[in-house]
Structures are given as C-alpha cells and as structure tokens.
Write a new protein. Structure first.
Length: 199
C-alpha cells in the first residue's frame, strides 16, 4: 500500500515538473527587447522574438505618440506572415510553424515615461522606456558624438580614433604630401618676351 502511494506520488511530481518545464519553455520563447531610454525625434529599435504557430499571432501596443516607421522579420518567410495595424496596435499573424524575430523602427514624438506591451498567446510582456529631449551635439565638449568624426571635430574625436581611422588619416596626409611634392616638380615656364628673344 505504501509502495503504491509512493509510486503514484512520484508520477504526480514528475508530471507536474514536466508541465512546469513545458510552460516555462513556452513563456521563455516570447521576448521583447528594447532600450530603456531614447531621445525625442530619434528612431530606436524594438525586437520581438517569438515561437510561431499556424494561426498564432504576436501584437505590440505602442503609446499614441509613437510611430512604427518600418519593420522586418528574420528566420521566417514574409509570405507566411500577415501584418495588420490598428492605431496603436500592430499585429503579425503566422501561417507556418517556426521561430521569428521581428525588428521594428520606432519614432517617439513625445517626452516622458511610456510602456510598450507585447501580447502573445502564452504571455504578455510590458516594458518601460523613458524619452528625453534630444541633446544637440557641439564640437568642443570632449565627447565624440554620433554626428561628429575625426575630420569634422578632431578635438572631440581624436581619442576615439581606432586603427582604421588612423590608417585613413595617414593615407590622407600621404596624398597631401604627394600632391605638394608633385606640384613642386612641375615647372611653370613663363612666356618669353620679344625683348628677351632679340637678345
């Protein structure tokens, strides 16, 4: 009797562990990746990873001031994917089984703290993002910002010049020296006047 009880208990425990593992693998298959901070008027990237099932879908809900400007799907054929949009909700429906990664370009048009929510069959994931004012870069603040480089602002970007950057600078200097040396070798003849030719 005790032996049967222990045997049944082991079965129930193993079934519950199996169900828990299956549930965790399903919920872990859905993922939403995005930055915690972005700037007003600057595009940021959001990535959805999901296990696709025929007839299944994933959906994201954006704040009203956000705009989805473009998207693409990796590891999945576009003919097996249907995209629909309804104001702030963007949905992708699957026709075939597989694993899909959807990358979205998002443009925020308001400042503040916002939530973006991913809805799937097995789980809903919500993440916050803080949108702050776009900081204008200027040359001379000793920070090499994204619209600056070694040639446009050497004061800020000199320290961040890596090997390809150094090679391009050396090549640029070599070209200038070669042109300067070549111009020195070219002799500019002045025209001979009539007086000099009669002598």
């Amino acid at each position: 009797m005790v032996r049967n009880l222990i045997k049944n208990l082991k079965k129930e425990i193993s079934y519950s562990i199996l169900i828990a593992l299956l549930f965790s693998s399903l919920t872990c298959a859905q993922e939403l990746q995005m930055p915690r901070e972005a700037h007003l008027g600057e595009v940021f990237y959001l990535q959805i990873s999901a296990a696709a099932e025929p007839g299944g879908q994933v959906e994201i809900e954006l704040p009203t001031s956000f705009e989805l400007t473009d998207w693409n799907a990796a590891n999945y054929t576009y003919t097996n994917l249907i995209y629909t949009s309804n104001a702030t909700r963007h949905s992708w429906y699957f026709k075939k089984e597989g694993f899909v990664t959807i990358s979205c370009k998002i443009l925020p048009n308001a400042m503040g703290e916002f939530n973006i929510t991913l809805y799937t069959k097995s789980a809903n994931i919500s993440k916050a993002i803080n949108i702050s004012e776009q900081v204008k870069s200027y040359c001379g603040n000793l920070i090499c910002e994204k619209d600056e480089n070694m040639f446009t602002c050497p004061n800020d970007c000199m320290r961040e010049c890596d090997l390809p950057c150094q090679i391009s600078i050396l090549f640029f200097i070599f070209i200038i020296l070669a042109l300067g040396f070549g111009l020195r070798k070219i002799r500019i003849r002045r025209p001979i006047s009539l007086r000099e030719s009669s002598e």
